[in-house]
Design a protein around this ligand. Structure first.
Ligand code: C2E
Ligand code: CA
Ligand code: CA
Length: 253
């Protein structure tokens, strides 16, 4: 147990140093319109390369959340997104992940407003991805934050939709623009008829409420064809595009 705690503390320390020493960078995963494969925008994803190689976000983000560093990291990612956005030859949406810790930090919306102004980026060109779990734990507070973001025209997406058991009945009360269907639903869509029914329902209800739907983790043609049939608006996955570095993304635009 002692060794475990020491290892954890060492990792926290390494993470803090790495962030100060700029070992982080962002990549851009393209998102495409399902019907015509036109580029719709991208999701901005954080990467950490240390001397021994890549460390996955799945490993460092929970630790960054624990020590509160995610607040600074998230701010930096939004700046990076806006910086690159200004270099693009066309106006395309940038989606940025927001951790629940960051969302609930006082002054979050002011920070977003300040960065958008600094880079002269319009609110409607940025989409912030939040997870379902934060809605469940703090519905009223999140509602106020989302209303404030709407006032700034900033778009909001619910990430990993379907994994958090949120009730559809209260989801529709929130000012949400996009639902991102979690990869776990897409993975076995061709073999699991229950998941298929659920995905169809999510898509048709979302459209009734004027939300767009993004399918995450589309890796093969079967999944793609199913999402086409289901009239899913946007595809994000390795089949059409892996996350790429800044210059490569600019070329795609
Ligand atoms: P996420 O927000 O659900 O991001 C999508 C993840 O799925 C990314 O993993 C992406 O590389 C991966 N992915 C996309 N298409 C496919 C596919 O077809 N197949 C497979 N196997 N994977 C696919 P990544 O970059 O490792 O990020 C993992 C998670 O870490 C993200 O999940 C997000 O929750 C978190 N994360 C990454 N960057 C940030 C960030 O800047 N801020 C915050 N708060 N979280 C971040
Ligand atoms: Ca995301
Ligand atoms: Ca996701």
């Amino acid at each position: 147990m002692y060794r475990e705690i020491t290892r954890h503390l060492e990792f926290e320390n390494k993470l803090l140093c790495a962030f100060r020493q700029s070992e982080f960078y962002v990549v851009f995963q393209p998102q495409y319109y399902t019907e015509n494969k036109r580029l719709a925008g991208c999701e901005v994803l954080m990467r950490w390369k240390d001397t021994e190689g890549m460390i996955s976000p799945g490993k460092f983000i929970p630790v960054a959340e624990e020590i509160g560093l995610i607040v600074q990291m998230g701010e930096w990612v939004l700046r990076e997104a806006c910086r690159v956005k200004k270099k693009l030859p066309v106006d395309l949406m940038m989606s940025v992940n927001v951790s629940s810790v960051q969302l609930m930090t006082p002054g979050f919306t002011k920070m977003v407003e300040k960065i958008l102004k600094e880079y002269n980026v319009k609110g409607e060109e940025v989409e912030l991805e939040i997870t379902e779990s934060v809605l469940i734990s703090s519905f009223e507070t999140v509602l106020d934050i989302l209303k404030e973001l709407k006032r700034m025209n900033v778009r909001v997406a619910i990430d990993d939709f379907g994994t958090g058991f949120s009730s559809l009945s209260y989801l529709w009360k929130l000012p949400i623009d996009t639902l991102k269907i979690d990869k776990s639903f897409i993975d076995d869509i061709h073999t699991n008829s229950n998941k298929r029914r659920l995905v169809d329902t999510i898509i048709s209800m979302s459209h009734d409420f004027s939300m767009r739907v993004v399918a995450e983790g589309v890796e093969n043609i079967v999944q793609l064809n199913y999402m086409k049939e289901s009239k899913c608006d946007i595809i994000q996955g390795f089949l059409w595009g892996r996350p790429v570095e800044e210059n490569e993304y600019i070329k795609l635009c």
